[in-house]
Structures are given as structure tokens and as C-alpha cells.
Design a protein around this ligand. Structure first.
Ligand SMILES: [Zn+2]
Length: 401
């Protein structure tokens, strides 16, 4: 019976050891509890381990098992015992690096030597092959990317990053390109997207792209530029106009928009911790939506939106990436070649920064530490909605009727 699975396998003397391989069990990395069960004194001196796993995680577990090349938990345990698995690779080192980044800042990176291996020992010949054969870049481009990577990787991942900040925009953009491509290579090679995230994080933290690429463009432009572009958005009508405006006023990422559209709303607002959306309507025409959706390193705690707009958005007959977000994206482009759907989120952040402190705007944008977000979710929501209203009023947008 392939569907019905009992993840909690107990020892049974009569059990054929191979029957276990047909069942799906949990892994030592996801389990809550592993325990020594029993040793058979008879012919078979193998023992069984039990592990508990949430039923919903079973699919993920099986996918991961496959991903690492095991057809059964037994195989994995065998390799684990023989130290064949997990291979101590760059992955763990990045984990460390990543945690250091999140908790202690870049300084702590320097304390442990080994967690730099993932970039120090990267196989640049293999990377070159990937750029050339998989990505089909021109040979000169490949050579360029590798040479920038070799030259600047150390500075980029350590406190020496200040050396990079002082370089010309052209060189900086070459460096960022080389490191971003390294992230893509890493994903391709190890099925791990943490380097991509880490690189973006470093770029953002040190504002490497400010005044450099499209990314930073918005942050250094004057009000007049932003106002003109926003006017294009405000003038959009119909369903597409509604979607575009909701994207702008919420600042949500694309997948978060889909989540917020489809998720059920819970009416219990007194500290309920269920998984549905919790929406608080404020008298000033603003609603706070507690989203609390995390996936990977992306987090959305809550967002602030005009109540009417939120209701209209939720009332759309349907909303999906392919049909709606893509159309909205193309529509924006027909109005202004330089804009796109992603731009809405950046514009939102930029508007918020007019009245909020950067870290407050970061909380809204889902880029803040959890503790900060929690503090805000509890104590500062009113002040945040007021600042929200004030920020938009600078663009003559008023949410009360
Ligand atoms: Zn609830």
C-alpha cells in the first residue's frame, strides 16, 4: 500500500529487514526523537530505530531522500554510519556563514576559518565549464567572470568588502555579476540556493548596487521621478489596474500576493495563532494583514494596505501568477518600458522610507529580523499605519472617504 504510510516503524522480530526499505520513514535530520529500541539476540543482530515525523512532512522527506540519491531510509542510515553521508561540504559552511550574517554581522565570519571554504576552494575549472557549456556564455565572458570571482571573492565575503565599495561602478557591477553567477553555479552544482541569497544579502547590506544598476536606481532618484512613475500606476483601471495598485500599496512579493489572495481569513483577532490570515481594519481606511508566511530566507510578517483595495483584491474572481501577474507585468511595460511588476515593491519601499525609519520599512518589506517584526506586530502597529497614511499623502493619496 504505497499511500498509507506509517512513519513510526517499531521493531518487530519477524520483520524482514528489507520490508523496511519499502516504507517511508523519517531522517535523523528531521526527526524529533530517535531511540535505541531493541537488540535481537538471534541470528540478525541489526536493530531498528524509530523516528517521528509530521505526516505532512513525509512528502518532503521522501523528496529529499531521493534528492540525495537514496531509495530508502536504510540506505541513508548505512551511509550515515560509514560517514559517507552527509558529505561535509560547502553546504554546512555556508549555513554557518549565513547564520553569522544574520546574528553577528560580518565580523564573526572571520572567527571560523573553515566556513570560507565554499568560495576559497571552489573549483574554478568546473565553474568555467558550467558557464561555457551550460550557460552558453561567450568564452571571453566566462574568462571575465572567473577572473573577477578569483580576484574579489575573499574581499566580497569578508570584512574587506569596504575595498570593493570604493571601486568604480563599472568594476563593482562586474564583481556583483561574477558573485551572482557563482551563486547560480552553486545552485546548479549542489542544489543549494543559499549562496544566491547570501550574495544578494551582502550586496544589499553594503549598498553595493546603489547608483550602479537598475537595482539601486530608485533609491537615489528625486521625488519628481517617482511621482511621475507612480502617476502612471494610479491611472491604471480595471482588473489589471487593481492588481497593479495592490502590488504597489502592499509591497508584497509575487508569491506573497498569491498567498494573501488565496488564504482563508480568520475572524478571531485576540492573539489567535492559527495559520489563516488575520486582518485588522483600522478607522483610518487602512487594514493590517498579519501574513506570517516564511519560506526559506524570505519572510513576510504583516503588511499594511488600504482596506477597500484589499477587499476588491480578495473579490477578484481568480488570481494567479501566469494569468494575472504576468499580464500586469506586460501592461506596466506598455506604459513605461523601464518599469515592471517587481518595480512596484521597490517603489513601495521607497515611498515608505519617506516617513518610516529604514528598519521599519524593512519590516514591512519582510527583510527584518523576527524579533523586530514581533515587537512591531505587538506594539507599533498604530504608529506604523499612521506613517503609512502619511507617506502616501505626500503623493496626494488619501484612504478615507
Ligand atoms: Zn486565527
Amino acid at each position: 500500500m504505497p499511500q498509507k504510510i506509517n512513519p513510526d516503524i517499531e521493531t518487530s522480530e519477524n520483520q524482514n529487514p528489507h520490508s523496511q526499505t519499502q516504507k517511508q520513514q523519517s531522517t535523523p535530520t528531521t526527526e524529533k526523537k530517535t531511540k535505541y529500541v531493541r537488540k535481537s539476540p538471534l541470528k540478525d543482530n541489526r536493530i531498528s530505530l524509530t523516528a517521528r515525523l509530521n505526516e505532512n512532512d513525509l512528502v518532503i522527506f521522501n523528496q529529499r531522500l531521493k534528492l540525495f540519491g537514496f531509495s530508502s531510509l536504510n540506505e541513508m542510515v548505512r551511509d550515515f554510519t560509514k560517514s559517507k553521508f552527509p558529505v561535509v561540504t560547502e553546504d554546512k559552511q555556508i549555513d554557518n556563514l549565513y547564520q553569522n550574517q544574520q546574528t553577528g554581522g560580518l565580523k564573526s565570519l572571520l572567527e571560523g576559518g573553515s566556513n570560507r571554504d565554499f568560495y576559497e576552494r571552489a573549483d574554478t575549472n568546473d565553474m568555467h565549464k558550467y558557464y561555457l557549456n551550460v550557460r552558453k556564455f561567450h568564452p571571453n565572458t566566462c574568462r571575465d567572470i572567473i577572473s573577477y570571482f578569483k580576484r574579489f571573492r575573499e574581499a566580497f565575503f569578508t570584512e574587506k568588502i569596504d575595498e570593493i565599495r570604493g571601486l568604480t561602478p563599472r568594476v563593482k557591477s562586474k564583481i556583483m555579476d561574477a558573485l551572482r553567477k557563482f551563486g547560480q553555479y552553486y545552485l546548479y552544482k549542489y542544489n543549494n540556493d543559499q549562496v544566491i541569497d547570501l550574495v544578494e544579502k551582502i550586496i544589499r547590506r553594503h549598498s553595493l548596487s546603489v547608483g550602479n544598476t537598475d537595482h539601486g536606481k530608485l533609491y537615489i532618484v528625486d521625488d519628481h521621478y517617482l511621482e511621475n512613475k507612480l502617476k502612471l500606476v494610479f491611472d491604471m483601471n480595471g482588473e489589471i489596474g487593481l492588481i497593479v495598485k495592490f502590488g504597489l500599496f502592499s509591497g508584497l512579493r509575487e508569491d506573497e500576493l498569491i498567498y494573501v489572495y488565496g488564504k482563508q481569513i480568520c475572524t478571531n483577532l485576540s492573539g489567535c495563532v492559527c495559520e489563516k490570515l488575520h486582518v485588522m481594519e483600522k478607522p483610518n481606511g487602512i487594514s493590517i494583514i498579519l501574513v506570517q508566511w516564511h519560506r526559506g530566507h524570505k519572510k513576510c510578517y504583516f503588511t499594511v494596505v488600504p482596506t477597500e483595495l484589499f477587499k476588491a483584491f480578495r473579490n477578484l474572481e481568480s488570481f494567479s501568477y501566469k494569468a494575472h501577474i504576468r499580464s500586469a507585468h506586460s501592461y506596466i511595460k506598455t506604459k513605461d518600458e523601464t518599469l515592471n511588476f517587481m518595480w512596484l515593491r521597490k517603489a513601495h519601499y521607497n515611498v515608505m522610507c519617506r516617513t518610516m525609519k529604514p528598519f521599519e520599512a524593512n519590516i514591512l518589506a519582510g527583510r527584518a529580523k523576527t524579533v523586530d517584526a514581533k515587537h512591531y506586530a505587538i506594539y507599533e502597529l498604530d504608529s506604523m499605519t499612521n506613517k503609512y497614511v502619511e507617506a502616501w499623502s505626500k503623493y496626494r493619496i488619501n484612504f478615507t472617504h
